[in-house]
Design a protein around this ligand. Structure first.
Ligand code: SF4
Ligand code: SF4
Length: 113
């Protein structure tokens, strides 16, 4: 699952620079996580960095984005490829089935706590 930030966030700015996927940004009132970019830190770290650092523990999993570890790893690979400069990808396309799996649609965003 991707993670999300509840309205208990105190805008301490600690998590945003530590996200390896640039998934965290300031929203209208509090920080937000882009579920399309959050891999739960899969591919980078063994634990979600934002959860480790958040002083008020306001970053639970997002039930609207149920993803398997394989899907999270596939998202990581997609993000890595997207970050490459044009023409830099020289190898054959990765045809891993999990790579092609679309992100589950957000049927309903969780209510703010
Ligand atoms: S779990 Fe990792 S990838 Fe997801 S928002 Fe937190 S720091 Fe970023
Ligand atoms: S670390 Fe927690 S309290 Fe601080 S900005 Fe991030 S989500 Fe908000």
């Amino acid at each position: 699952m991707a993670l999300w930030i509840t309205d208990e966030c105190i805008n301490c700015d600690v998590c945003e620079p530590e996200c390896p996927n640039q998934a965290i940004s300031m929203g209208e009132e509090i920080y937000e996580i882009d579920a399309q970019r959050c891999t739960e830190c899969v591919g980078h770290f063994s634990e979600p960095q934002c959860v480790q650092l958040c002083p008020v523990s306001c970053i639970p999993v997002n039930p609207a984005y149920v993803e398997t570890p394989e899907q999270l790893l596939a998202k990581y690979h997609r993000l890595q490829r997207a970050a490459l400069p044009p023409g830099a990808e020289t190898g054959p396309a990765n045809d891993d089935a999990a790579d092609a799996a679309p992100l589950p649609a957000a049927s309903s965003l969780p209510a703010s706590a």
